[in-house]
Design a protein around this ligand. Structure first.
Ligand SMILES: C[S@@+](CC[C@H](N)C(=O)[O-])C[C@H]1O[C@@H](n2cnc3c(N)ncnc32)[C@H](O)[C@@H]1O
Length: 274
């Protein structure tokens, strides 16, 4: 289905395929999200902002964490994702989640009102991430924690054994991403950025995972390739032959004992409002 003209799409799109991919992505990364929430001290009764919530897969887990006395508010640029999230809230009868369409850098979020905020793979797509961090810091109450999980060294992604068919793909991905104003290494700048925005950094840890053929995590990059690589061909950043060669090689890796995929390095950072 074509996106509506007023839809504000981030670089990976907001169609049905991306909505489904984000659901699968949350399923294979939800344990890591829970660890960030624990590091940030999220808990029952709190008001949490889900920054760039997408279709709300993490929002519902957060809602269970804060319980009936707490509340989760999601904000996202995509009208389509917010419509989906509101539909799920209504269909499941969930009283403690609300959703707002808006750009987090300019939305009039109430000041000093949230106990915590969470942003996973959002700041890497925002053209002015520091303005976004400042906006979230303003919305937090003093002592409130902002937990972020985002890429810090995207081009260190690896497939093993190494192969030139793979090496051609990621520079094209990074180019498309940067052309839309994103920064696939934003995590490296984030702790200093938080400090400049009035958040004291209390926690930083690296995150990197290995996927092996036959595991659910091996499907994580594959779903991304299926959705995104054809758009690189349309944009002239990757040749159709290059994509076909890559797909054929991927099928071979899948059968190769000892093959693995190493995810792009990420950081998990928690900053607490002074
Ligand atoms: C990769 S998705 C991640 C969604 C969700 N955080 C998750 O982990 O499932 C990135 C999301 O950021 C949203 N986004 C990008 N720029 C934004 C902005 N300036 N304000 C609000 N949302 C934004 C996109 O619309 C998209 O839903």
């Amino acid at each position: 289905m074509r996106a509506l003209p007023q839809e504000r799409e981030y670089v990976l799109g907001t169609g049905d395929d991306e909505l489904t991919r984000l659901g699968f992505q949350h399923a294979v990364w939800s344990g890591y999200a829970a660890e960030a929430w624990e590091a940030a001290g999220f808990g029952p009764g709190q008001r949490i902002l889900d920054v760039g919530c997408g279709p709300g897969y993490a929002s519902f887990d957060l809602a269970r964490l804060v319980g009936p006395a707490g509340h989760v508010h999601g904000i996202d640029l995509s009208a389509r994702f917010i419509r989906h999230l509101r539909g799920e809230i209504a269909a499941r009868g969930i009283p403690n989640v609300t959703a707002e369409e808006g750009d987090l850098t300019t939305a009039p979020l109430p000041a000093d009102s949230f106990h915590g905020a969470y942003a996973r793979w959002v700041l890497c797509f925002v053209p002015d991430p520091e303005a976004a961090v400042r906006a979230v810091a303003r919305a937090l109450r003093p002592g409130g924690a902002f937990a972020v999980q985002d890429y810090s060294q995207y081009d260190a992604v690896q497939i093993a054994p190494e192969d030139p068919a793979f090496a051609r793909i990621f520079p094209a991905v990074v180019r498309a991403w940067c052309e839309r104003g994103g920064d696939p290494n934003v995590g490296a700048a984030l702790p200093a950025m938080m400090e400049r925005c009035g958040l004291a950094v209390t926690h930083i840890r690296p995150i990197r995972r290995i996927g092996r053929p036959g595991t659910a995590f091996w499907q994580w990059p594959r779903r991304f390739f299926d959705n995104f690589l054809p758009t690189l061909v349309d944009a002239g950043l990757l040749s159709a032959d290059g994509l076909a060669e890559f797909d054929a090689r991927w099928k071979e890796w899948e059968r190769l004992p000892g093959a693995f995929f190493a995810s792009p390095p990420m950081v998990e950072v928690v900053g607490v409002k002074r």
